[in-house]
Design a binder for this molecule. Sequence first.
Ligand SMILES: [Zn+2]
Length: 716
Amino acid sequence: MHKYMNLKKFSYLSVLALLAATTSCKRLSTAGADNGEETNPFFEASKLPLQAPDFAKIKDSDYQPALEEGMKQQQAEINKIAENTEAPTFENTLVALEKSGQLLTRVNNVFSLVSSANTNPTLQKVQEEEAPKLAANTDAIFLNTKLFKRVQTIYQKRNELKLDAESKRLVEYYEQKFELAGANLSESDKETLKKYNQEEAGLSAKFVNMVLAANKAGALLISDKAELAGLSDAEIQAAADNAKNTKQDGKWLISLQNTTQQPLLQSLSKRATRQKLFEASYNRAEKGDANDTRATIARIAELHALEAKLMGFRNYADWKLHDQMAQTPEAVEKFLAQLIPAATSKAKAEAADIQALIDQQKGGFKLEPWDWNYYAEQVRKAKYNLDENEIKPYFELDKVLKDGVFYAANQLYGLTFKERKDLPVYQEDVRVFDVFDKDSTQLGIFYCDYFKRDNKNGGAWMNNIVGQSKLLNQKPVIYNVCNFTKPAPGKPALISADDAKTMFHEFGHGLHGLFANQQYPTLASPNTARDYVEFPSQFNEHWMMDPKIFAHFAVHYQTGAPMPQALVDKIKKAGTFNQGYALTEALGGDAIDMAWNTLGADNAKQDVDKFEAAALAKAGLNLSQVPPRYRSSYFLHIWANGYAAGYYAYAWTEMLDDDAYSWFEENGGLTRANGQRFRDMILSKGNTENYGDMFKAFRGHEPDIKSMLKSRGLVK
Ligand SMILES: [Zn+2]
């Protein structure tokens, strides 16, 4: 039950820049526009359906000028609001804020997509150059004293203004947003904070590109085919193609995934190869070369502590959790403490099972992390007689998508989907679907980009290209990006059960975005707290194993035969297998994240490796055979993707999604009525109510950890 990141880029642009594009953008005068040269395609809202981006017209050279112009335009709009001589009103201040920055949002949403999913040196350079400017642009809004005064005036009168509930929420949102951004600081402290923010943004962008380079450079090159023993023919072929693509014909190249553990470790039967692959992963960003990230992250951690001190908080986590569902580092630590003993004792039992198998085979060695998945796979086969290669023929990507992911959305919410080939895409593997609501009106557009490329960031994520807003007259245009192995030409894409679950997960974010029903773009789903935003996505994973859904998509790609019931039962039984390991490695990530982000400014300078080891030991998570899911040196979530002091959110939202799913189980399961209730009370609400209240209204009680422990097989 691996969890996948949602790379929502809160960090660079913050909320204003998450506002989506509009129809009312006036044409800008641009040099050369009149003498036949092409105008920058971002300067106007796209004329394509729902403002889908016109990738046929967008060139790499268009992003930087559009970002620059977008920032300039937004600053002019912000100044106009701040300098308005009329008394502040909801309309002339907050609605005006919601309408600002549309060009910037339009270009940044597309830039964020292509620079993460299909990057190149030109885009990377733009990213590094613009990131500090974008951070400064956000600061110039939220550290604008006059603007904050207007927001405060409205906030103080909010109960007398006869605002509807969503508008009142917007007032409260902005008041808190400004405060947490440092609007109350003295002018000199504001200047210091701006400097910190800009330095951090630059370092984050640099970190991302270093990790991408480290992943590429760390790929394991094999010269002797014998070392690949245990891999399937298809996997060997993929490694050969991979080598060929990097001009290393006749060899085999195993690419690195983001996580510490690598998928092929479960099949490689030569222990030496396993160790090499594991170490390539584990040390990828700590080689003392140009891709060594340690100095960069040590400085980001220091900046976090300095920023928090300036803001009057004990540490970065204290500051960043203030507007989350959990609210304090103590609440997070208390939550994690409920999980750590159950997870580690299960992991230790699993390790003993594996060691017994190694000994039984007269292996003559002690279990190491690079052995874990190889033997776990054997234990799984022995215990459950389950072989991934037996499953894959029943998980053909197109069927999983249309007859699984889409079908579940149809059964629960009445949605229908139609693929369209007329909209331009940024890469040939990208597919586009119209999404229709239960009454057949168009709800939005969905792009998916499922196959791994070496110019794509690792992991899987969702975001909006166009965000929903009634104020801006916009419907959602959303995308899912994943990293599944691309089949050889003409071969079907047979994916693993984990991959299928990732598709359900990312589409769960998609549903959150598609069902957004807000006036204001800032409050529209999925713009919610980090420890809430993964709730809809993880909730959607549950439907994969629903008997009706599963039977509908899991059919043999050649014969069309349903998966034999015995195999289905085995998958279900194996669902709780290895969960001690899985949860412990995730909790290792949580502990590292919380440790870095609860550092006080006085001791913020730390040696990365020593600090990481101490953090794991302190949390009781220093199991040598269960390394953290990500080490500090390649932990994108906490240094770049806006999940600093937020990695716990995956486990936290798992508590929410398992508990919410229990409600379905208690109330008749997969029905349109139940789906509608979930849509009405959770998915369509965005950030228009307190997160705890929304959950409680749906579930009938505060979130309870029991369902999660049970679904992980950690309690009976
Ligand atoms: Zn997610």
